[in-house]
Every structure is written in structure tokens, then in C-alpha cells.
Design a protein around this ligand. Structure first.
Ligand SMILES: [Zn+2]
Length: 205
């Protein structure tokens, strides 16, 4: 089932000006590198896929949260600061997420939040879509069930089981979402580590 582009949570959005900081610069560079590899992009029906985030403090008010690529930006060749949102509040149980910035957060921001929430050492999350990676790594790498739809509290629980089952001391990881066609996720202590993990999994095919 392909369900990208569907905002399943209650999204609370506050329009603010773009933020310029080191975390946003890193995020834009990583996202544009994924776009060049066709790991972020747009399906023929116009639905965008793939999103990246980095844990950070909002530099103007010091709020803790993460920057994430904005919703439906997969078709844009080169993102800039006007395509980045900041997520500072989320309630998985209530299916509620609050973002601010020049664009609304990706529809998949709740899964990013949930991964950050599991381990304070996780500093970045990369979610891409790729049919070859998804088919190859499904059930070879840690995989969530086929009957678990994306963006739901059930998916949050399934991902939690995988992240918490990592080897002691390991921060970075990779997983496949069998119930989210083409969807894979990597995460790491920083964006470089999460990106290296994803690119290594792509190169291993
Ligand atoms: Zn996805």
C-alpha cells in the first residue's frame, strides 16, 4: 500500500519565516544529495516521497525539537530554507503534531518524532523510498509487519520494538516498513551517520 502524502495526524501549523542555521544547512545538503540519488523524489502521480530530519534547537527561541523537510517538496531539485519546517510538539497517543516555519512539516513527521523520542542520542532520521532497496532488505533487515500502515500509532509501536532491540551501545540503525511500499528508514547520532547508513544499504544491493 502506498500512502505517502496523506497526513494522518492532526497537524497544527504556525507560519513563520525561514530559519538560517547550521542544522538547516546540513539538512538541505543531505536532502539534495538524496534527491540526486533518486531516493527522494516524486511518483508519476505527483505524490512526493522521502523526508529527512535533524534534531536541533530552534535558534531564535531555544525550543527543542527537529527540523524536517516540508510536505510535498519531493519534486524540487534543490531545496532551500523556505522548504524546511521545525517540529517542537507532538503527542503520539492523541495523533497531534505541531510544526512551524515557512512550510508545513512532512506528512511523515510523526514517525521521525517517535524515533527521536525513543533515544536521546539519535540526532537524525532519513526516510526514503526505493523499490529495489525495499524488496531486497525486507525481512533481511529489521522489518515492520505488512499489516501495519504508515503514520499510525501501530507503526509507532512496531518501529519502537525495532529501535529498542538494537545492540547495546549502537545508535545508528536501518529498518524496512513492509506496510509502506518502498519505504525504508535510517537513523544515527548525527546526520552524517544516518546518511552513511542509508547509502551503505543502497550500495549493498
Ligand atoms: Zn514514506
Amino acid at each position: 500500500m502506498r500512502d505517502e502524502g496523506t497526513i494522518k495526524f492532526q497537524s497544527d501549523f504556525e507560519l513563520r519565516h525561514p530559519i538560517h542555521c547550521e542544522a538547516v544547512t546540513q539538512l538541505i545538503e543531505a536532502r539534495n544529495a538524496l534527491f540526486r540519488r533518486n531516493l527522494i523524489g516524486v511518483y508519476p502521480d505527483g505524490i512526493s516521497f522521502g523526508n529527512v530530519s535533524i534534531r536541533a534547537q530552534q535558534p531564535e527561541d531555544g525550543t527543542s525539537g527537529f527540523f524536517i523537510t516540508g510536505t510535498q517538496t519531493g519534486y524540487i531539485e534543490r531545496l532551500d530554507e523556505t522548504h524546511i519546517a521545525f517540529v517542537d510538539r507532538c503527542d503520539i497517543e492523541a495523533n497531534y503534531l505541531h510544526s512551524s516555519g515557512p512550510i508545513q512539516a512532512s506528512s511523515e513527521a510523526m514517525t521521525h518524532y517517535m524515533i527521536y523520542n525513543l533515544d536521546s542520542l539519535i540526532g537524525a532520521v532519513v526516510h526514503v523510498h526505493n523499490a529495489a532497496m525495499w524488496n531486497f532488505w525486507k525481512n533481511r533487515a529489521p522489518t515492520t509487519g505488512e499489516d501495519v500502515p504508515y503514520g499510525t500509532p501501530e507503526m509507532a509501536a512496531a518501529v519502537e520494538d525495532i529501535v529498542l532491540a538494537r545492540k547495546p551501545g549502537a545508535v545508528a540503525g536501518f529498518l524496512v516498513m513492509a506496510g509502506h511500499e518502498d519505504g525504508v528508514i535510517s537513523y544515527g547520532s548525527n546526520l552524517r551517520e544516518a546518511m552513511d547508513f542509508m547509502i551503505a544499504k543502497a550500495a549493498a544491493l
